[in-house]
Every structure is written in structure tokens, then in C-alpha cells.
Design a protein around this ligand. Structure first.
Ligand SMILES: [Zn+2]
Length: 422
């Protein structure tokens, strides 16, 4: 029988090195001459040159002053060029804090697809706030107002865009920017051939790559795998990741980390495609049928994203939105279906009780289907609310990935509020 994921997580935590923590905080760490890395939630890397700094990523608006203070212990050079590895709010929104008084506005480089991302954020600010509330375990109303504010363009947007590759020279030194889709379509990894320092952005995060996220736009595991292999071929001396700590002076380890992650993704993609090729069954058959790869390496634990969700994103890329179940092509409203099932089952409370029993025996997938029907049929029934919330509490406890845990915690919060996830 498969090991209980929560138990596995606990044992992994025991042997997980400090630098593997997604929320690793530290710095300034000298990763190469005149090169420093610091991280608070997300990482930033500064390359000091004779013309000023090349700064890769800038943290969140909230933590950027902390990151900048760490960096400024080491160098007072102005920022000559800032590179945003992608347009997420924990990478592209903190540049102001790094500028020194009176300095010239730096050049800011991002991939060509980045401005469209910011436009999308603004067009769907409330939607994004809602899904982030769920991703972090809450309900929409509780976090909405602050969250809407977050989804604006960054304070200093990029002024220089590129398509596939860009070589820049600062202070007489070359830096390479490579586009690679993965977690986002606007991702850049940065390579300093002279210092042999690699900044992969969130293409490497000390965890199963975030290519599955259930609520976000399309992600590209197969493209990330290709990029990781190109990065490994550079034979880096130091790795400065988007999240987690740096690895310095151990090229063999860095190459292994990048290559093993590439292989992991290639395995997920090829197995999913094979399942799709076998007669294009309904998505649920693929998701519950594909054997997911696992690894004992501390950089390949599904502690943030969930490997099962990566399968989903492969299906989405190669397929349409329809799940493949005939009834779901043009479904009934949730409440109508739930009332019908409840009526046949002896009422919503009977459904909730059965859900509790299934959850108690570890049958969480089945339990949650019944719990959803119970709440959708009788959202205002306090007893049903409590039972459904308890089922989701238990399920959250049984899970390994932060994203899964939080969405189930969110489902429990919605149940307690008498709202069937709406
Ligand atoms: Zn990030």
C-alpha cells in the first residue's frame, strides 16, 4: 500500500536540507566574485560590474526592501540593468527598493509576452484575487480588497523586450538571456558565462515544478524540461533559484538537479500523452490512471504543486475543455443535480454522513464527491456544513502539496460559511 503522503512529507522534512525550503530566507550569499544572492520568499541575484549592477529579479513589493537591504551590505553600485525572469508579483514588482538615490533609471528587460500578462491581470483582477484566496486556503470575501490591489502592472514595467535570446554586455561583460516557457509563457533564464552563474527564475524552485497549478493559465512542462537540459549543459558553478537557497561550487550536483527535474517532467508528459493516445478517454480516467513519477531527491518533492496537476495541464494543452464525460458537455446546474442525488440518497445529511464514513476509511476522492453534493443540496444546513467541512479538513491533512492542501482548506472554509465554493 502506498505510504501515507502526510507521513512521507514529515519524513522528507526530516532529511530536507535547509536550502531546499521553498520559503528559504537568507543572504547576502556570495555565489561568485562580485555576485550575491538573497532570498525572502523569492530570490534576487546581483552581479556587480564596472558599469553598475545587473539585477535578476526583485522580489515582491513587500519584501523588496528587505532584499535590497541585504544586498546593500555588499555593494553601493547603482542598478544598471534589471531583468525580470517573469511577470509574477514575487519577481517583477520590487525594483524601486534597489535603486540608489539620484541614480539613472535602469534598463528593465523582460520577455515579449510580459506586457500581455500585466494586461490580463488588470482585465481579471477580481478573478485573480479569488483564485489566489483559494490557493492560499481562504474564501474570496476575506481577502478580496487587498488582493485586487496586487493585480496591477508593476511599478517599473520592462522597457526592453526580447523574443528568443538576448545577449547583453554590461561593464564589458556578457550576460545571456534565454526564453523558456514553463511555469509561465514569459519566462527567462539568465546565464553569466564568465562567472558561470545560472539564474533560472522559477524554472527551478527546489520542488516538483509548478506546471500544474489548477487555477492558472496554461503551463508548459515539456518546454521547461528542454530548458532545464540546456541549463545543465552550461555546467554552472552556481545556481541561484527563484525559490529556495543557492547551490555554489558543486557543478555535478547542479547538473544532476536540473537533469533529474527535466527527466521527471518528460516522464509525466510522455505517460500522459500515451494515455491520451489510447483512445482519448475522459480526463478523469487519465488523471486517475497515469502512474506518477516520484523521487527521493529533496528538489523533487511535490510540496508546492501536485504532480497529478501536471498531468492535467498536458491534457489541457493537447485537448479541449470538455472532460469527456457525456453529461458534462452540457451539464445541469450544480444545485439541481445535487438535489436529485440527495433526494435519492435519503437527503443531504445522509450524503454527508456517507462522506464522513468514506473519509474515515481514507476514501477521500469518493468522500469529497458526496460532500460536494451534500453542501450543494443543503448549503444552509449547519449540520451538513460541519460534516462537509470536517471531510475537507481531513482530506487537507492527508495531502502533501501546499496547493492541494490550501484548496481543500479553502473548501472547508466555504463549507463553514455555507457557500458551496462560490
Ligand atoms: Zn516565484
Amino acid at each position: 500500500m502506498a505510504q501515507n503522503p502526510a507521513a512521507k512529507f514529515a519524513s522528507m522534512r526530516g532529511k530536507t536540507p535547509e536550502e531546499a525550503k521553498f520559503f528559504w530566507t537568507g543572504g547576502p550569499v556570495e555565489v561568485a566574485p562580485r555576485t550575491w544572492f538573497a532570498s525572502q520568499f523569492s530570490g534576487t541575484t546581483a552581479f556587480e560590474t564596472n558599469e553598475g549592477l545587473v539585477l535578476v529579479d526583485t522580489g515582491t513589493k513587500q519584501f523588496a526592501p528587505v532584499l535590497a537591504a541585504m544586498l546593500r551590505q555588499k555593494t553601493t553600485a547603482p542598478v544598471h540593468t534589471a531583468i525580470y525572469t517573469h511577470g509574477h508579483i514575487d519577481h517583477a514588482y520590487g525594483l524601486e527598493a534597489f535603486l540608489i538615490p539620484g541614480q539613472r533609471k535602469p534598463r528593465v528587460i523582460g520577455h515579449r509576452a510580459m506586457p500581455a500578462r500585466f494586461e490580463r491581470y488588470q482585465a481579471t483582477a477580481k478573478h485573480n484575487a479569488a483564485l489566489n484566496a483559494r490557493q492560499f486556503g481562504g474564501t474570496v470575501d476575506a481577502q478580496a480588497n487587498d488582493a485586487y490591489q496586487a493585480f496591477a502592472a508593476p511599478p517599473i514595467p520592462p522597457d526592453t523586450l526580447y523574443d528568443d535570446k538576448l545577449m547583453i554586455a554590461v561593464g564589458g561583460e556578457k550576460f545571456e538571456l534565454h526564453h523558456c516557457k514553463g511555469e509561465t509563457d514569459d519566462h527567462t533564464w539568465v546565464w553569466s558565462p564568465e562567472r558561470r552563474v545560472l539564474c533560472p527564475g522559477d524554472l527551478f524552485i527546489w520542488a516538483v515544478p509548478n506546471d500544474g497549478n489548477p487555477q492558472k493559465v496554461q503551463r508548459f512542462a515539456w518546454e521547461r524540461a528542454k530548458g532545464l537540459r540546456e541549463m545543465a549543459a552550461c555546467q554552472p558553478y552556481a545556481l541561484c533559484p527563484g525559490h529556495g537557497g543557492p547551490v555554489i561550487g558543486d557543478t555535478a550536483k547542479i547538473v544532476h538537479m536540473l537533469s533529474e527535474t527535466a527527466e521527471f517532467l518528460e516522464t509525466v508528459v510522455s505517460r500522459t500523452l500515451a494515455a491520451m493516445e489510447a483512445g482519448s478517454p475522459p480526463h478523469v480516467d487519465i488523471v486517475t490512471g497515469v502512474e506518477l513519477p516520484t523521487s527521493d531527491s529533496p528538489w523533487l518533492q511535490p510540496v508546492y504543486d501536485d504532480t497529478e496537476f501536471l498531468v492535467r495541464n498536458v491534457i489541457r494543452y493537447y485537448g479541449g475543455w470538455w472532460s469527456g464525460r457525456p453529461s458534462e458537455l452540457k451539464p445541469a446546474p450544480r444545485k439541481d443535480l445535487a438535489c436529485e442525488i440527495a433526494a435519492m440518497s435519503g437527503g443531504a445529511k445522509a450524503l454527508a454522513e456517507r462522506a464522513e464514513k468514506l473519509a474515515a476509511s481514507g476514501e477521500f476522492r469518493l468522500a469529497c464527491h458526496l460532500a460536494d453534493f451534500a453542501l450543494e443540496a443543503a448549503a444552509s444546513d449547519a449540520d451538513v456544513q460541519a460534516k462537509v467541512a470536517a471531510v475537507y479538513d481531513k482530506r487537507a491533512e492527508s495531502e502533501l502539496s501546499l496547493m492541494t492542501i490550501n484548496i481543500f482548506n479553502s473548501a472547508a472554509a466555504y463549507a463553514r460559511a455555507g457557500k458551496p465554493f462560490a
